[in-house]
Structures are given as structure tokens and as C-alpha cells.
Design a protein around this ligand. Structure first.
Ligand SMILES: *[C@@H]1O[C@H](CO)[C@@H](O)[C@H](O)[C@H]1NC(C)=O
Ligand SMILES: *[C@@H]1O[C@H](CO)[C@@H](O)[C@H](O)[C@H]1NC(C)=O
Ligand SMILES: *[C@@H]1O[C@H](CO)[C@@H](O)[C@H](O)[C@H]1NC(C)=O
Ligand SMILES: *[C@@H]1O[C@H](CO)[C@@H](O)[C@H](O)[C@H]1NC(C)=O
Ligand SMILES: *[C@@H]1O[C@H](CO)[C@@H](O)[C@H](O)[C@H]1NC(C)=O
Ligand SMILES: *[C@@H]1O[C@H](CO)[C@@H](O)[C@H](O)[C@H]1NC(C)=O
Length: 384
């Protein structure tokens, strides 16, 4: 092992301490070495968030500058997120608001900064954003009108909540509106028996996959549940504790945690299609982005007091599986990330055959970002 490390270090010119490089730093640096795309879309936002967290835990100015400059490059001097259209409604496009808020806050909340204008524009879109008859934000206009997907809760609600906590903390209407988005998902997508949530629902019940009574889509897709789990953890970091909604949201998180612990495979991961009887069925597999998101959500949930410490056992088992199954050491000394499904969309027929037929996408930011964030949580736990 020692010889291998030294040989590798010699061949690649990397420091011989490479074996001691934390996975968060290593994967973040590998992502830079691969020149992962930087743009305003959520995949890039999720990856840059992981890189930024890695750079803070184990201080690394190269990584931090990369994350900071990348976000800055997306916002022009007037505070316009380049290419973003305030009347093109897609929840995915709001995710970058979290990265902008992070750097505005970390930079001392300098109000003259272009970042304030950028987050105010993103936030004001929600004031005229199209909604379902009961008040849920459409996943996207017009293709997913009247539909809510679990994914969308992650794309918009942590931004809406963090923005509100910074700029509009006494706005009860906004806090209630945020809670309503989760309530609607819970009412339509949660299976009370399994504790899991299906991918989304169509309030108009017209989509090919929509249940004629509830509007729900038929299957539980691991990444959608991962987005949702992380959304709850993130929103609860900033949600007012004195609100009655707080305990309700935490309840949603806790019941989902129970269901996730129950559906964890014996080796430590989670199946792409999680609902019975599909785990273990032909074509189904242990998917890495969902596994990384659950690991991150459990560890951060425990660290911040939202979840019982017993879930560290669940997370550690998953983390070790990720290292052995999804993280691959390359000959150039970088590590790559495997096992992330490219997409799962309700633009499909929503069937089991659809989900398992989507190809894998190596080094996909939707897996790499959450893996780095999970590593940051794991290392934070182990190093303290
Ligand atoms: C910091 O990040 C850079 C760029 O990815 C990397 O080359 C360097 O090894 C990292 N430093 C440490 C101490 O890990
Ligand atoms: C705030 O940002 C502006 C524009 O970037 C800069 O000119 C100014 O010096 C900053 N002020 C502080 C207190 O950092
Ligand atoms: C900066 O903006 C925040 C949030 O809107 C506000 O609370 C604060 O008073 C502002 N500070 C200055 C110096 O304008
Ligand atoms: C409070 O939040 C609601 C809901 O988002 C919004 O319509 C309203 O404009 C906000 N009020 C203020 C003073 O910003
Ligand atoms: C809810 O989950 C249970 C247990 O897995 C399952 O038997 C049932 O079919 C599910 N209900 C729906 C509506 O999918
Ligand atoms: C649903 O779509 C998949 C391909 O995405 C296809 O294999 C399957 O046959 C379709 N099912 C139905 C019922 O149309």
C-alpha cells in the first residue's frame, strides 16, 4: 500500500501525502482537473457548492477561488444572472441563488454588491411564478404545468428560505408559502405505508403517468427522494423554530429518515427504483447520486440536531460503500465518480422500464457534488 502510494506519487508528481488527502478535497480537485462545466444551471450549482464546502473544511484557496470566481462569472456587474429570463419559469434555474447567497453572506453582506440585485431578481420571480390551483409552484412552464416534482423542492425552497431568513425574516406569508410546498408534496406523493415518496404529481391529473385520483406518478426514484431529503435538511437550517411549521417539517424529515433506513440495501446503498417489488429486480441497481444525497442528508441532519445520532451508522455504511463501489482511482492520480444515472424525468411515461433504461453518466455533477458534500460531513464528524 505504502509502496503503491509512493510509486503513484512519483509517477504523477503529486505529493506523497496523497493517501492522506481527504476525499472531499480529492474529489473537488479531481473535478477541477476534469474541467467540469461552469454555468448557471443546477448541476453546476450543486457541484460548485460541494467544492466550496470542501475548500472551507480543509482550507484550500485554489478550490475556494474556483468556486467564488465561477459564481461571480455568472452574474454581470448589474446583478443579472447571464442568460436567465425572469419570465421563463423553471424551478431548476433558482438553485444557483443558493451559491450567490453563500458568497454574499461570506463576503460580509456587502449591500453594494451585484449579488444582492441577482438574488432579489431570482426571488421576485416567485411573486409571479405560475402555481397549481392549491398554490404549488409548477415544476416548469409550460411543459410541466400543474406538476410538482420532489426535485423542485430542492431547486427552489432552500433558496426561498435562505433568502427570506436574510432579507425578509418577519414575512410570515413567505414562511407559510415555503411550508405549503412541502405540504402539497406530502399530501400527494407520500406513501403512508412505506414512508417513501413518489417522484411527483400532476394536480390536473392529465399526465400519462398520473393516478386518476391523486395525480401521483407511479414510482419512487432515488434521486428525487434525495433532492427532497436534502431540501428538508437545508430549509430546516433557516426556518423559524417558533413557527408551528417547523415541527411539521421536521416530522416530514424524520418519517422519511425511518423509511430510508429501512430501504437501505444490506451492502449500504439505495436502489434506483425504491418502491416494492422493484429492489433487487432485473435491471434495477444501486444508484450513486441518491446514495450520496441520503448520506449527506443523514450526516448533516444528525450534526445539526434534526435527526437522531443513530443514523450515523446508516450513513457510515453508505459512505464506505460509495468509496468501494463508486469512487475510482485513475492513473493520473485523480478520482472519478461512477454509477450516477443521467436523468429521471416525468417527461416520460414514468414506468419502471423507463427509469431503468436511462444510461449512467460518469463524473456527473449530480453525483459528484453530493458526494463531496457527504464527504465534508463525514470528515467533519470523524475529525472532531
Ligand atoms: C488544493 O486544491 C488544489 C487544486 O485542486 C490542489 O492541487 C491542491 O493539492 C490542494 N491542496 C491541498 C493541500 O490539498
Ligand atoms: C462593497 O462592494 C463594492 C463593489 O464591489 C466595493 O467597491 C466596496 O469596497 C465594498 N465595500 C466593502 C465594505 O467591502
Ligand atoms: C444590507 O441589507 C440588509 C438586508 O436587506 C439590511 O438588513 C441592512 O441594513 C443593509 N445594510 C446596509 C449598510 O445597507
Ligand atoms: C412576503 O412574502 C410574500 C410571499 O412570497 C410576498 O408576496 C410578499 O411580497 C412579501 N412581502 C414583502 C414585504 O416582501
Ligand atoms: C405503498 O407502499 C406499500 C408498501 O410498499 C405498497 O404495498 C403499496 O402498493 C403502495 N401504495 C401505492 C399507492 O403505491
Ligand atoms: C414506457 O416507456 C419505456 C421507455 O422509456 C418503454 O420501454 C415502455 O414500454 C413504455 N411503457 C408503456 C406502458 O408505454
Amino acid at each position: 500500500m505504502h509502496v503503491t502510494t509512493l510509486t503513484l506519487a512519483f509517477l504523477t508528481g503529486l505529493p506523497s501525502a496523497i493517501a492522506a488527502t481527504p476525499y472531499s478535497t480529492w474529489m473537488a480537485s479531481s473535478s477541477l482537473a476534469r474541467k467540469a462545466a461552469v454555468d448557471r444551471r443546477y448541476v453546476s450549482s450543486v457541484l460548485l457548492e460541494g467544492i466550496q464546502k470542501a475548500a472551507i473544511l480543509h482550507p484550500n484557496s485554489t478550490l475556494l477561488t474556483h468556486a467564488s470566481n465561477s459564481i461571480s462569472s455568472l452574474v454581470d456587474s448589474a446583478g443579472t444572472v447571464t442568460g436567465w429570463n425572469p419570465t421563463a419559469y423553471s424551478l431548476d434555474d433558482l438553485r444557483v441563488g443558493n451559491n450567490i447567497l453563500y458568497f454574499w453572506n461570506a463576503g460580509g453582506r456587502n449591500n453594494t454588491s451585484k449579488y444582492v440585485n441577482a438574488v432579489k431578481s431570482l426571488r421576485s420571480q416567485l411573486d409571479h411564478y405560475p402555481r397549481t390551483p392549491t398554490g404549488g409552484f409548477w415544476h416548469r412552464d409550460p411543459v410541466y404545468k400543474n406538476q410538482m416534482w420532489l426535485d423542485g423542492l430542492y431547486m427552489a425552497q432552500p433558496f426561498y428560505a435562505t433568502y427570506t431568513s436574510y432579507f425578509d425574516a418577519s414575512n410570515t406569508t413567505a414562511w407559510n408559502d415555503i411550508a405549503l410546498q412541502f405540504d402539497l408534496i406530502e399530501q400527494h406523493c407520500r406513501n403512508k405505508t412505506s414512508g417513501l415518496l413518489v417522484h411527483g404529481y400532476d394536480e390536473s391529473k392529465t399526465a400519462v403517468w398520473a393516478d386518476s385520483i391523486t395525480g401521483a406518478s407511479p414510482h419512487v426514484w432515488d434521486r428525487a427522494v434525495g433532492w427532497y431529503f436534502m431540501a428538508l435538511v437545508e430549509v430546516l437550517q433557516v426556518y423559524p423554530k417558533e413557527s408551528a411549521n417547523y415541527a411539521k417539517l421536521q416530522g416530514y424529515l424524520k418519517t422519511l429518515a425511518v423509511a430510508l433506513a429501512k430501504t437501505q440495501d444490506t451492502a449500504g446503498g439505495w436502489w434506483l427504483v425504491m418502491d416494492d417489488p422493484y429492489p433487487g429486480k432485473a435491471g434495477n441497481y444501486i444508484e450513486s447520486s441518491g446514495t450520496a444525497m441520503f448520506t449527506y442528508g443523514f450526516l448533516k441532519g444528525v450534526r445539526t440536531g434534526l435527526l437522531d445520532a443513530k443514523y450515523r451508522t446508516t450513513a457510515e455504511k453508505a459512505y464506505k460503500l460509495m468509496l468501494s463501489k463508486f469512487v475510482k482511482t485513475e492513473s493520473d492520480g485523480t478520482i472519478s465518480w461512477q454509477g450516477t444515472v443521467e436523468v429521471g424525468s416525468l417527461n416520460s411515461n414514468g414506468s419502471y422500464e423507463y427509469y431503468i433504461g436511462v444510461p449512467l453518466s460518469p463524473n456527473d455533477g449530480k453525483g459528484v457534488g453530493p458526494f463531496i458534500s457527504a464527504s465534508v460531513e463525514y470528515e467533519t464528524w470523524k475529525e472532531t
